[in-house]
Ligand binder design. Structure first.
Ligand code: DSN
Length: 425
């Protein structure tokens, strides 16, 4: 029985928006019905500070089993030795890792936000740049690929305690082995934040960070297609580098340090309804069908990148290995900004985000680029042919930004195509 009409009418409007449009935001996806059922369950009523079997509250015998299932499934999915499924988000997971392994004022080395990194990898407006001393590496201007030489030189000169790899808008795979080599040389830990490609990594479609990086964090709602949330994992025991306040080569002590950094370090009670939904999503990701979805996500991104290139748009780094691409609009039209592109496509119910490009000259509120990602449309059932139509419609909109009747036609085409691919089929 629903009484709160104000909210539920709005939720219905959002359902219509999600149903009738193309969702191309690279960090979004459509969670399954059973993931949402777990999220909306009575588990939200339960307090369970602590870990399975070691809680500060009574009545945890059921949530203990749920959380343990989530942990076990996650470990099986990634081949991890240890996992914590409590972080409320990717940012919370990164905050816990940094609290656990760093002292305030320690140096960290992360991928520059303006080149495709993330706020929590040292941005001056974020806790990571305020509590720690951030240094950055980026991409090479001529290739758009990670500048590993600069990463290595900066690691040697600044001697960070933590090197962070992973990105929000980088379309290529990472050389984790190379980053680990320089980390060992300078005595740093390596954190891989795989929030974006984790669903693809889980199925072996991209390089495995757990083999080389000391700690791995992720969100659970992007390519992994679960509820909105975060996780932390460790792949194996490791020889701990000097200078870090953790015991040498002791996974058990290291995991206790990270568990403590999540709770009580940075969070209170875990969200057991979300943890149950994470368990459901990990179960879905363990299935063979999830690998087909992952492969199709990449194929769709590569088709879309090629189609956009053929229409005169420049893709940073020349293409994609994963689920996303960053497009520099200046190659198509020097006056077309990311802001105008986002607004124009929004009028056609094609949802994307404006994005800075490396060595950006415009403000982050305007930008010269857009980011496109294929996880959500792939979940919906779009394949190569549909991606060609998507590219056509995007290009048609971006070459007719002032022509409202053409934009209306495109909106109708988007709606008709969307109708053939219901959500949660
Ligand atoms: N803001 C998210 C994204 O869109 O990539 C990352 O946190």
């Amino acid at each position: 029985m629903v009484n709160d009409k104000a909210i539920f009418v709005l939720i219905d409007s959002e359902l219509t928006r999600q149903t009738n449009g193309f969702e191309l935001i690279a960090s979004e996806n459509y969670a399954s019905d059973q993931v949402m059922r777990a999220m909306g369950s009575i588990l939200t009523n339960k307090y369970a500070e602590g870990l399975p079997g070691k809680r500060y509250y009574g009545g945890c015998e059921v949530v203990d089993q749920i959380e343990q299932l989530a942990i076990d499934r996650l470990k099986a999915l990634f081949g991890a030795e240890w996992a914590n499924v409590q972080p409320h988000s990717g940012a919370q997971a990164n905050a816990a890792v940094m609290l656990g392994v760093l002292n305030s004022g320690d140096s960290i080395l992360g991928f520059d936000l303006s080149h495709g990194g993330h706020l929590t990898h040292g941005s001056p407006v974020n806790f990571s740049g305020k509590l720690y001393k951030p240094h950055f590496y980026g991409v090479k201007q001529d290739t758009g690929l990670i500048d590993y030489e600069t990463l290595e030189e900066t690691a040697r000169s600044k001697r960070p305690k933590l090197i962070i790899c992973g990105a929000s808008s980088y379309s290529r795979d990472w050389n984790y082995e190379r980053i680990r080599r320089v980390a060992d040389e300078v005595g740093a830990l390596v954190l891989a934040d795989i929030s974006h490609p984790s669903g693809l990594i889980a199925k072996g479609l991209l390089n495995d960070p757990l083999k080389h990086c000391h700690i791995v964090t992720s969100t659970t709602h992007k390519t992994l297609r679960g509820p909105r949330g975060g996780i932390i994992m460790m792949g194996e025991d490791f020889e701990n580098p000097f200078g870090i306040k953790t015991p040498k080569g002791d996974l058990k002590k290291m995991s206790a340090l990270l568990d403590g950094a999540v709770f009580p370090g940075t969070q209170g009670g875990p969200l057991e309804h979300i943890i149950a939904a994470k368990a459901v999503a990990f179960g879905e990701a363990l299935s063979p069908e999830f690998k087909d979805y992952g492969k199709q996500v990449i194929t769709n991104a590569q088709v879309l990148a090629n189609e956009m290139t053929d229409r005169g748009y420049s893709i940073i780094s020349g293409g994609t290995d994963n689920h996303l691409m960053l497009i520099d609009l200046r190659s198509k039209n020097a006056h077309l900004t990311g802001k105008l592109a986002e607004e124009t496509l929004g009028k056609c119910h094609i949802t994307i985000n404006k994005n800075t490009v490396p060595f950006e000259e415009r403000s982050p509120f305007v930008t010269s680029g857009i980011r496109l990602g294929t996880p959500a449309l792939t979940t919906r059932g779009f394949k190569e042919n549909e991606m060609q139509i998507v590219a056509d419609l995007i290009d048609r909109a971006l070459t007719n930004t002032e022509n409202n009747s053409i934009l209306k036609e495109i909106r109708n085409d988007v709606k008709s195509l969307s109708e053939g691919y219901p959500l949660h089929a």
